[in-house]
Each structure stands twice: as structure tokens, then as C-alpha cells.
Ligand binder design. Structure first.
Ligand code: SF4
Length: 238
């Protein structure tokens, strides 16, 4: 039986919802002794063609359960608005690790997730991106840049964009006020260039779409710049 494109989209949305439910039930870092409490946070729709990958949720997100709902989220929304993406069209929002890691013992913001926590959470991110197949990924902060762009300084990454296997990667600093990187006017200029890349990429997606929105179904799938396995469920379906 031939299935319509609409049905395929609905199936993928259903699978994404199930994946989100599995992520929200995850306690791997608690079981491994890295977190006292797990509250995984992720949001978005299968129709999103832009994905944001941050570092980890903050204390406010722990309360709201919504990614980027705290002060850094407000700053991110300001940046997205500058790039022409409004509140009604927020991209898919996820992170390298999906639970609040706690405050840094040294002060100055949240604790950076450890390599083990990152490794424990990586399969979730891989499965999300394999399902979503975003056309554009915004890399927010050092951990996301390390993972998708390579180990470079913010100075060498922000302000640039790169197409890797059909996916446009755009590095940005993390919008957390804890970072002093943006205090330098030269760095703010790099951010401005980065947001100009976001604007161009979003406009290009809109030109492909049948309506001026960034949440319509994709015309075609893009390959991912890394290899991932689609999520499998207990009943064997994907
Ligand atoms: S950070 Fe990721 S792997 Fe760790 S408990 Fe939260 S969802 Fe699970």
C-alpha cells in the first residue's frame, strides 16, 4: 500500500513524541551517580527544519520543563528575532545533555556536563536528529560546537557557517549571561555575522517552502553529517 506524504509526516511526528517520552523518562545519569535528579528537557515538532543544540538546561528549565525558558532563553529569542525567526516559529530545541547539571562548584554559572554524562546522553540526541533530519543546526556554545564542528575556539567558529552533508551548521555562543565572551565588541560583531547566517539560512528554507513559514513539511530529506541509528521501540517499529 502506498502511504501519502502526509501520513509519513504524521508517523514521524508520532515516533518523535514517543522518543520524547522515552527521553523524559531517562534516569541514566542518576543511576550512574552523576545527578541527584533527572528532569530531561526537550521541545519541538517533526516539522521543524531548524534545530538548536545547546549545552544543557538551566535551573529555570528544571522548573518549567521547557528548553530555553530562563534568562538565556530570553536572550536566545532576541537573537532569533534579529535573524527573522519569531516566537511562533521557534526551532526544535534540544541539548548535548538534557538535564540540569547543577551549579558549577567554582561559581560562575552552571556545571559543564562531564564527558561521561555527554556520552550517556548522546544516543538521545543522535536519535532526535535522525528522526528530525534538520536542514540547519544552530550550535549554541562550546560543547555543541565541539560535537558538530570540531574542537575550535569560539573566536574561530562564530561568524562562520558550513554545509556538511546537506546540513547547514551555524556556531553561536551560548546565550547564557555567565559567558564573558560577548563583552568584547569584536565578539559581538562575530555574533552579528553568525545571526546573519541564520537569517540567510531561514530565508532559504522559506523560499523552498510553499508558504512563508519555517514549520511546513520538508520538501526533501537531508543527510546528516554523522551516522546514527533510528530509534527502535519495544514493538520493533521505528
Ligand atoms: S542528561 Fe541525558 S542521559 Fe543523563 S539522565 Fe538526563 S536525559 Fe538521561
Amino acid at each position: 500500500m502506498t502511504r501519502s506524504v502526509g501520513n509519513i509526516g504524521t508517523d514521524r511526528e508520532r515516533i518523535l513524541r514517543r522518543l520524547h517520552a522515552r527521553i523524559r523518562a531517562c534516569t541514566k545519569c542518576v543511576d550512574a551517580g552523576y545527578l541527584e535528579r533527572a528532569r530531561p528537557v526537550v521541545a519541538g515538532s517533526i516539522r521543524d527544519r531548524i534545530a538548536i543544540v545547546g549545552q544543557a538546561p538551566g535551573a529555570v528549565e528544571l522548573t518549567t520543563g521547557e528548553p530555553f525558558s530562563g534568562r538565556s532563553g530570553a536572550e536566545l529569542r532576541r537573537w532569533l528575532a534579529e535573524a527573522g525567526i519569531d516566537e511562533d516559529h521557534l526551532p526544535y530545541r534540544t541539548a548535548i545533555t538534557k538535564c540540569f547539571p547543577g551549579k558549577s562548584p567554582a561559581g560562575g554559572g552552571d556545571r559543564r556536563p562531564s564527558p561521561v554524562e555527554i556520552a550517556l546522553c548522546t544516543p538521545w540526541l543522535d536519535q532526535e536528529l535522525a528522526l528530525l533530519r534538520p536542514r540547519v543546526i544552530l550550535l549554541l556554545g562550546g560543547l555543541a560546537i565541539d560535537r558538530f564542528w570540531g574542537k575550535v575556539s569560539l573566536d574561530d567558529a562564530v561568524g562562520r557557517s558550513r554545509v556538511k552533508q546537506g546540513v547547514t551548521l551555524i556556531p553561536l555562543p551560548h546565550p547564557s549571561g555567565a559567558s564573558r565572551w560577548l563583552n568584547d565588541p569584536a565578539h559581538r560583531e562575530l555574533l552579528r555575522k553568525g545571526l546573519a547566517h541564520v537569517r540567510r539560512a531561514a530565508r532559504a528554507l522559506d523560499r523552498e517552502a510553499s508558504a512563508p513559514t519555517m514549520r511546513v513539511p520538508r520538501q526533501k530529506s537531508a543527510a546528516l553529517p554523522f551516522t546514527v541509528a533510528l530509534p527502535k521501540f519495544a514493538d520493533g517499529r521505528r
